[in-house]
Design a protein around this ligand. Sequence first.
Ligand code: 5GP
Length: 216
Amino acid sequence: MNRPLDAARGRGLLFIVSAPSGTGKTTLVEKLVQRIPNLCMSRSYTSRGPRAGEQDGVDYNFISRERFEAMIEGREFLEWADVFGNYYGTCRDDTERCLAVGKDLVLVIDVQGAKQVRNSGAASIGIFVLPPSAEILEQRLRGRSKDSEAAIQKRLEAACREVGDFASYEYVVVNDELDAAVERLRAIVLAERARVTVMRKTADNIIGTFHKEKTS
Ligand code: 5GP
């Protein structure tokens, strides 16, 4: 996106990535934004406390439940949801600031939030990330976390409900192997950027150079 003709590009594209907990979507998207220029990952607000190693303003904007509820009241969220007893939400202004300057943005949000964005009428491109199987998801959940058995069961039950939503998204990526899955996500972003609707102004500028040659 650094070539001069791309300055003709308008508003940024809004991507939504959803997946059951434990599928590895955050890692995938972190790697994706490293590989693609002009693509950012949105930073959500949450009322849950930081886990070990998580930083405020980096992983999430960590805020109190009271502040979160005040932001809901003030209609400051493009979408928000209660996930596993904590609030999570995407700030409307943060999103708008990014898209307005032509940057593409990825929201890593749950299926409830994705539904709200779709219903809001905002143009978005949804990508659902699936684990290779329920068994592999369970192994990953047990492997990665110090969560209690009850918490793991809760996440597996939620996964069972969430995977049923995949057909509401435009794309499905199976996270079987990290690098391959990142490449599939990258292919989707690049293809969406090459749509005529996105490329129209750039293409018109190029077409203009042909007409200039003809008249001179
Ligand atoms: P975690 O607490 O493990 O970081 O995230 C729990 C769940 O909340 C994940 O499924 C994650 O995608 C979802 N989540 C994170 N940020 C947001 C957000 O801004 N909105 C919604 N709706 N879900 C979010």
